[in-house]
Design a binder for this molecule. Structure first.
Ligand SMILES: NC(=O)c1ccc[n+]([C@@H]2O[C@H](COP(=O)([O-])OP(=O)(O)OC[C@H]3O[C@@H](n4cnc5c(N)ncnc54)[C@H](O)[C@@H]3O)[C@@H](O)[C@H]2O)c1
Length: 352
């Protein structure tokens, strides 16, 4: 089988996990890395032993990759993805899909265009052993129908985290704060595990880090799911430490708790615990353990002509939910009953 030529665009923090995963994959060859920042580009070039470029365009022209990984800030995802897809190159982009809904829509359309190459979005926590098993239990109704859920994201982000990468604290660079950068994983899991979302209300505020960021660091989100049940997310980047994300799902005949482990507790039955795979040494604790699993799965379908299951359309609801909380005004006060636009194709993973 022909070697798959790949390039990583953006040599910052998360690129390390992508480079590690690529190095583990037989039949995949890293041919170039790219960064607009010369220092980061040169460091990664030296570490990975491949040439570096200063733009995606140069990468495509000089090194003809079959796949590019987008590990750039949020506002860069859409243009880079559209350019790569137009050049016939598969794309694996980091979350979020994009920093704005207009950019997200462009990516959904580019992915749906006739003959478009595959594009996947890195919601790696869907690959967690705990999450996979919870999804299976819910899908098969093993504990009866879910009746509600609560999730908490209590994480610690320092001023230095934002000062080191100013885009993270700005609306222009990031498209939001805690919700789009951190809690988006949990919003995605809630909507995926509970079968989609029909309405959202929420609040977002800057309570801890206002001296260094203009975006929110604290939020609550209440989701209504198609069955009529609700889930509630409580999230902050102002916690004193990084606690494990926790999702508690109540069902008719028992409970599921996803934390570091999955605890399955059937009513009147015996508790069962599912452990998580170990995270690679290069990962921060809060990145989870499943980048390599998602990346391997993405490459397993290379050239198949089949879309990757976490497509732009599939990744859109989480973005749409948090944008509903921001309420289009970047306003922090809640908008009670903010209804999602059900006709919006971004909300329907089956829409083309
Ligand atoms: N899936 C996860 O759990 C997870 C965890 C961390 C970060 N991320 C995501 O990864 C992405 C990058 O985050 P990070 O923390 O590594 O950021 P970072 O700032 O550390 O790295 C981004 C790099 O991209 C470079 N860059 C910017 N524009 C570019 C362009 N047009 N072409 C080439 N390079 C460009 C920057 O110079 C920088 O080196 C974000 O989308 C972030 O949300 C995902």
């Amino acid at each position: 089988m022909r070697t798959i030529r790949t390039a990583v665009i953006g040599c910052g923090d998360i690129s390390v996990l992508h480079l590690d995963a690529i190095a583990q994959l037989p039949g995949v060859e890293l041919v170039a890395v790219c960064d607009v920042d010369a220092e980061r580009r040169e460091r990664t070039t030296a570490e990975a032993g491949v040439p570096g470029t200063a733009s995606l365009t140069e990468t495509l022209e000089r090194y003809s990759p079959d796949v590019v990984h987008l590990c750039t800030p949020h506002d860069q995802h859409a243009d880079l993805a559209v350019e790569a897809l137009a050049a016939g190159v598969e794309v694996l982009t980091e979350k979020p899909l994009a920093s704005t809904l207009d950019d997200a829509r462009r990516m959904v359309e580019a992915a749906a265009a006739s003959g478009a190459p595959r594009i996947g979005v890195c919601f790696q926590n869907r690959y967690n052993a705990t999450v996979q098993e919870a999804h299976r239990i819910l899908e098969h109704g093993e504990l009866g129908a879910p009746t509600g859920a609560v999730a908490t994201v209590a994480w610690h982000r320092t001023p230095e985290y934002y000062l080191a990468r100013p885009w993270r604290g700005t609306w222009a660079g990031s498209g939001g704060g805690l919700l789009i950068n951190q809690a988006i994983h949990t919003l995605d899991l809630l909507q995926w595990l509970l079968g989609g979302v029909t309405a959202v209300t929420g609040t977002a505020s800057t309570d801890s880090l206002g001296e260094v960021i203009e975006v929110e660091d604290t939020a609550t989100v209440t989701l209504t799911h198609p069955s009529g049940i609700r889930s509630v997310l409580l999230a902050t980047n102002g916690a004193p430490t990084n606690l494990p994300v926790q999702i508690d799902i109540q069902c008719e005949h028992g409970t599921l708790r996803i934390a570091q482990e999955l605890t399955v507790l059937p009513a009147g039955g015996e508790q069962r615990v599912v452990t998580e795979r170990a995270a690679p040494p290069s990962a921060r604790s809060y990145w989870g353990a499943s980048h390599a699993a998602l990346i391997a799965d993405f490459y397993a379908g290379h050239g198949s002509g089949q879309p990757f299951w976490i497509s732009p359309a599939e990744a859109s609801p989480a973005l749409q939910i948090l944008k509903a909380v921001y309420d289009g005004k970047r306003g922090f006060p809640r908008r009670p009953g903010a209804e999602l636009d059900r006709d919006n194709p971004l909300l329907d993973p089956t829409a083309t």
